[in-house]
Design a binder for this molecule. Structure first.
Ligand SMILES: NC(=O)c1ccc[n+]([C@@H]2O[C@H](COP(=O)([O-])OP(=O)(O)OC[C@H]3O[C@@H](n4cnc5c(N)ncnc54)[C@H](OP(=O)(O)O)[C@@H]3O)[C@@H](O)[C@H]2O)c1
Length: 292
């Protein structure tokens, strides 16, 4: 499935999350192998970030999988310590070198750094105009951060990648993005990976109501959640290291959730996410640096 972005390019869905494969910031042949397996199975959208420390593995996987480059949609992100006009240009060069790709499909500002939003965005627009990247966007942006971008932007962000799963659906920011033509990309769609420390029993994949729907359709709870995303028009980017789950997470086209089933999932929202609030992330993220 493909979603049309506001600049006319297509984003494949679902994507494949590469954060913390084989452990946080692991960058090895083993990581590349997992990602190459995902490409071989049919994933066309790969999500990484400079802070994941695995851009080299993503690049290696792309070269070894043998899929034509133009059929892949490669995303990376600039970390908080990389914001500012010159810093973004520099960070992009570094990411591009680590990935060893001629161009990227989507470059994102990973979290808002409120004092630097407008100058960082100007650099993003420059990268786009120089055709180093096919689309630019943001991640973890609140309505106030989006308003700040839009106040001076020549290019409206193509997407906002935010935490979305049935326990946290962020309706206000989604509604704002919709009015501006900004695509929603759902990260941690299954309720976060092991990096978060959230117990499996607290994640939506083990929710009794979701399990009930899964049984009815003879599919897995993860497939219910991912399909719910697609039917809402959001692009989920699940991560898995296990071929059976990777395959499951890709097979979302053979069933449809009814309106009543969609409402069951919508009603599970608790209003609280598992990841950091952008307000708390501003300082916390500054303390983490991007590995060379
Ligand atoms: N922009 C941001 O700030 C941000 C933040 C967080 C994440 N992300 C992106 O979003 C991606 C996904 O988020 P995430 O890794 O936090 O969490 P996630 O995709 O919601 O969940 C991953 C966890 O679910 C398990 N899983 C995968 N498929 C499953 C299935 N079919 N049934 C049951 N469990 C399954 C995985 O285990 P196994 O691997 O063992 O299968 C892993 O523990 C990341 O990799 C990253 O690319 C972005």
């Amino acid at each position: 499935m493909e979603f049309l972005l506001n600049n006319g390019i297509e984003m494949p869905a679902p994507g494949f999350g590469t954060g913390a494969i084989r452990g946080w910031q692991a960058d090895s042949d083993e990581v590349a192998q997992v990602i190459a397996t995902a490409i071989g199975m049919g994933y066309r959208h790969l999500d990484t970030a400079s802070i994941y420390g695995n851009e080299r593995s993503v690049g290696k996987a792309i070269r070894s999988a043998g899929q034509p480059r133009e059929q892949l949609f490669v995303v990376t992100k600039a970390w908080n310590t990389e914001h500012g006009y010159d810093q973004i240009l520099h960070a992009f060069d570094h990411s591009q070198r680590r990935l060893d790709l001629e161009y990227l499909d989507l470059y994102l500002l990973h979290w808002p750094v409120p004092s630097l939003i407008q100058e960082s965005w100007r650099a993003m627009e420059r990268l786009l105009s120089e055709r180093k990247v096919r689309a630019i966007g943001v991640s973890n942006y609140r309505i106030s951060d989006l308003r700040c971008v839009l106040e001076r932007a020549e290019v409206v962000p193509a997407c906002n990648q935010i935490e979305i799963h049935p326990y946290f659906t962020q309706p206000e920011v989604r509604e704002f993005c919709k009015t501006q033509g900004i695509q929603i990309v759902s990260y941690s769609p299954l309720g976060t990976g092991s990096w978060s420390g959230v117990l499996n029993e607290n994640k939506p994949v083990t929710d009794p109501l979701i399990i009930q729907i899964a049984k009815r359709h003879r599919i897995s709870p993860a497939q219910v959640i991912l399909r719910w995303n697609l039917q809402h028009g959001w692009v989920p980017i699940p991560k898995s290291e296990h071929p059976d789950r990777m395959e499951q997470n890709l097979e979302l086209g053979e069933f449809t959730l009814s309106e009543a089933e969609m409402s069951v999932l919508d009603d599970l929202d608790t209003g609280t996410g598992f990841n950091m609030d952008p307000e708390d992330a501003i300082e916390a993220n500054m303390a983490m640096s991007v590995p060379e």
